[in-house]
Design a protein around this ligand. Structure first.
Ligand SMILES: Nc1ncnc2c1ncn2[C@@H]1O[C@H](COP(=O)(O)OP(=O)(O)OP(=O)(O)O)[C@@H](O)[C@H]1O
Length: 845
């Protein structure tokens, strides 16, 4: 007893000790956190000083320090040195610094630290949100976060398009830190129950200028509306936004603007050598191939303006086997494929990656030697981001840009004004290889390649047409026939808008419009642009037999291989936040999507193609150019389509109209009236028109009366149905019982009949087949000696077909009575007839 008492006392003492130790530890933690906060505030007051060069000099928690150490980050880069003092003190920061200068750590460290200092736990929900414009960049940021945050206890998640939403939904509500793309984030905000952002502490926008530009405007506005205003906001980019409007949208509080390299003479990394080459459009492929062949040991990224071009160049260059690994990356590839290619290129020492601007921002591929911009970038900012994939941190690199003669002078001037030092070089004449003949050969051999070539042609020309800066991009200066020839095509595909623009150059006037309107018109123009893959015309032009066959074979057919390519690579749906996922199968809009993807919300159709204004009339002012087909139930706005008869619409227009109807009537059921117009199932009345119909009480009682009589009718129907079902069941049971009773007495007779058949003129198998083959003929046969007296369709003779075949099978369509086999086609018989027939068989009335 005594002993036991001592034991209890000891245990009690141990528990007390542990509790005390825990309390002490917690006190120490709180004290350390208070100290850190105090130091951070002081540092923010003094600003960055030369004393703080290492991460260890900063007021940063032990877990973050350990994470940084483990990842070998010791000394701060300039942008980190200049922004961290403010960001650690929870100030809003706008950070701008050259590409590859370490901006990622400049926002991840404060995100971790600020949550740590608030003693954030998994119970507190979402504390920090990092938004990136592309999936690959989000993945990369997430990886860095995992590296430096590994000693913290926060939960962190990556939310990007192309993955299974349901899986994400499950984990989402438990996350403290999320790295995401805007489209998918908004989707979860809309759909995921329990996803609550109302306690968010830190919002980070990487590539902020891109995320805040027109392409993401609506998505971002909707996201921001879901976030609390009291929070820290960190914006980072190499080409930072200073737009007051943008900043106002984010409700920044006295933001600290840190432009690290702004005052420097050069806006690109020091170790980056930059060149441009004036290349005629039809010579671009020759030049690119020659470049690849002469840089077989280099790791190179080649930027093009559309996914179609990327695919075409990739496929054809693979066939030419230049002697270095080739990869390609664009927004229409499936997410798995994108990740795989991204990671493979990361690991490779020498390879060529053909890609669109999907890879232009933020990606940190190690040791890239060359960045080649095969198509002129849309502006200097895009140039900077693309070329910034090389010469990162302390590495060196080279950039080469192909410029058309029509682009060269304006573009180089622009670059000069932006402090981008770039030199002209010319290729060594003996080193240029011509690939035109091989291209022709590939296109001739393989219709899919030709098809890809046509699409590449169209998307390139369209990209030039859609560019805003008409001083640089002049679609009319493009030698289209020669360009088509260089791709191996038999002729330049017709492009409607090119003809239009030569007649009417009014599109330049767009520049006078406000940016949003201009963007909408840009999209409208896109609807007019269409490759007329006119196989008939081509076949008519074709002279030789082979040419004719070639033209026919290529007539806009999605052949198997191409189909596979599309299935293999195509995302086949939205979202795309520049990060793929744009919906539908029309990937002709690659260029627009990738450059300025517009992530519109379900209830907003303002930037739809075609015309939204129901009051729009044609130039004569009488016939409306659009007609209203329905009212959007969410916005109450009319949904309009072009006022053109359906048979006069182009395929593209028809598809757009269909898409529009589907989109605007999402979650609503529509019906079509006799004129083929879509309308909602329920036409809602306005309150006024409802009141005009009479007193409310009267209307209510009328409605109740109507409903009551409808319900009574329905009730009668139900009673009848139930009665019929009962009757059917009863009959089925009786038939079964009768058959079971009759079976025993029939058996001897059947055996005798079988014996006769097998020894007779035809086998039983043949009988069965014959029975089957006499499709549609209802044969009624008797067996044994009795001649059948059928019912329903009259009497039957045993030898109707003159054959001895006997069908003794018992199936759903054959009902047997003693001495009779009756074939009954249930499906065409009314219930009453079946009932009568069954009663007759049973010997009833
Ligand atoms: N303090 C540091 N010490 C050593 N390496 C660093 C440091 N900070 C960043 N880096 C390295 O520099 C490279 C570029 O960093 P990061 O991707 O953050 O650049 P960035 O400024 O965001 O570039 P971009 O503008 O292209 O997005 C990365 O490989 C990263 O690991």
């Amino acid at each position: 007893m005594k002993k036991h008492g001592k034991g209890v006392q000891k245990t009690q003492a141990a528990v007390n000790n542990t509790t005390q130790r825990r309390q002490e530890k917690r006190q120490e933690e709180i004290k350390a956190i208070e100290e850190l906060s105090q130091r951070a505030l002081e540092l923010a007051k003094t600003g960055p000083t030369s004393e703080h060069k290492l991460f260890t000099d900063l007021p940063i928690s032990r877990p973050t320090q350990q994470g940084l150490e483990r990842a070998n980050f010791v000394e701060m880069t300039e942008i980190q040195h200049k922004t961290l003092p403010y960001a650690l003190a929870k100030r809003d920061v706008l950070g701008a610094a050259k590409t590859g200068s370490g901006k990622t750590l400049a926002f991840l460290i404060p995100a971790l630290e600020n949550l740590y200092r608030m003693r954030w736990t998994h119970m507190d929900g979402l504390g920090a949100l990092v938004i990136s414009p592309t999936r690959e960049l989000a993945m990369q940021i997430f990886e860095v976060l995992c590296k430096i945050g590994r000693f913290h206890k926060f939960s962190a998640g990556l939310i990007i398009g192309g993955k299974r939403v349901d899986e994400e939904k499950e984990i989402l509500t438990k996350m403290n830190i999320l790295v995401c793309t805007p489209g998918r984030l908004l989707q979860h905000m809309d759909e995921t129950v329990g996803f609550d952002c109302s306690f968010l502490q830190v919002l980070v926008l990487d590539e902020a200028d891109r995320i805040l530009d027109l392409g993401f405007r609506k998505t971002m506005n909707a996201i921001i509306a879901n976030l609390p205003k009291q929070r820290q906001t960190l914006l980072f980019s190499a080409t930072q936004t200073k737009s007051v409007k943008d900043l106002a949208r984010l409700s920044l509080e006295r933001p600290e603007y840190v432009g690290v390299h702004e005052k420097e003479k050069v806006s690109t990394p020091e170790r980056l050598a930059q060149y441009f080459m004036v290349v005629e459009l039809p010579k671009k492929l020759d030049m690119l191939f020659s470049f690849v062949k002469t840089h077989l040991r280099a790791k190179t990224i080649v930027f093009m303006s559309s996914g179609k071009q990327v695919r075409f160049v990739y496929e054809t260059f693979c066939k030419m086997q230049p002697g270095t690994p080739l990869l390609h990356l664009h927004g229409k590839q499936k997410q798995m494929m994108r990740v795989e290619i991204f990671e493979r290129f990361m690991r490779m020492n020498k390879a060529v990656l053909f890609c669109t601007d999907i890879a232009a921002r933020g990606l940190d591929f190690p040791a890239v030697d060359w960045v080649v911009q095969m198509d002129c970038p849309e502006d200097c900012d895009t140039y900077l981001h693309r070329v910034g994939r090389t010469a990162r941190y302390d590495a060196s690199g080279k950039g080469l840009m192909f410029l058309l003669p029509s682009e060269a002078s304006e573009m180089t001037q622009l670059m000069k004004s932006k402090n981008i030092p770039i030199k002209e070089i010319s290729p060594k004449s003996g080193k240029i290889m011509s690939v035109a003949q091989q291209m022709q050969h590939f296109c001739f051999q393989d219709p899919e390649i030709k098809y890809l070539g046509q699409r590449a042609f169209v998307t390139y020309v369209r990209s030039v047409f859609l560019q805003k800066n008409k001083k640089v991009f002049n679609v009319e200066a493009l030698p289209l026939e020669e360009y088509a020839e260089s791709l191996g095509l038999p002729g330049a595909p017709n492009i409607r808008f090119v003809k239009k623009s030569t007649k009417n150059e009014s599109y330049d006037l767009n520049n006078l419009l406000p940016p949003e309107e201009r963007e909408r018109l840009r999209k409208e123009n896109a609807a007019d642009i269409e490759m007329e893959n006119n196989a008939v015309a081509q076949a008519a032009k074709a002279k030789t037999k082979v040419e004719k066959m070639f033209a026919r074979k290529n007539a806009g057919v999605l052949a198997d291989h191409y189909q596979k390519l599309v299935e293999h690579e195509g995302d086949g749906h939205p979202a795309s936040d520049g990060d793929g996922g744009s919906s539908g199968d029309d990937d002709d809009n690659d260029f627009i999507t990738l450059k300025r993807a517009d992530h519109e919300l379900a209830d907003d159709n303002s930037d739809d193609e075609d015309i939204e204004n129901p009051a729009n009339v044609d130039s004569d002012g009488d016939t409306p150019v659009v007609k209203t087909i329905a009212i959007n139930p969410t916005t109450g706005l009319p949904i309009t389509i072009p006022n053109i008869p359906a048979d006069q619409m182009s395929k593209r227009q028809l598809r757009k109209v269909k898409e529009k109807i589907i989109k605007n009537t999402r979650n609503t059921k529509i019906v079509f009236d006799d004129d083929g117009n879509a309308r909602p199932v329920y036409d809602m009345k306005t309150e006024d028109s409802f009141r005009n119909e009479g007193s409310v009480d009267k209307l209510v009682s009328e409605f109740q009366e109507r409903t009551r009589s409808l319900m009574e009718e329905a009730d009668l129907d139900d009673v009848e149905v139930a009665r019929q079902k009962r009757r059917e069941k009863m009959l089925a049971r009786k038939i079964r019982e009768r058959e079971e009773m009759g079976m025993q007495s029939n058996r001897d007779e059947q055996v005798a009949v079988l014996g006769t058949v097998s020894s007779g003129e035809c086998s039983s198998d043949e009988d069965v087949d014959r029975g089957r083959n006499s499709a549609g003929r209802k044969e009624k046969r008797g067996y044994g000696s009795g001649s059948g007296s059928g019912s329903g369709s009259g009497s039957d003779s045993a030898s109707d077909s003159g054959s001895e075949s006997m069908d003794y099978r018992r199936g759903p369509q054959k009902r047997q009575n003693r001495g009779h086999v009756l074939e009954v086609d249930d499906s065409s018989m009314s219930l009453e007839d079946q009932e009568r027939l069954a009663l007759q068989l049973l010997g009833g009335n």
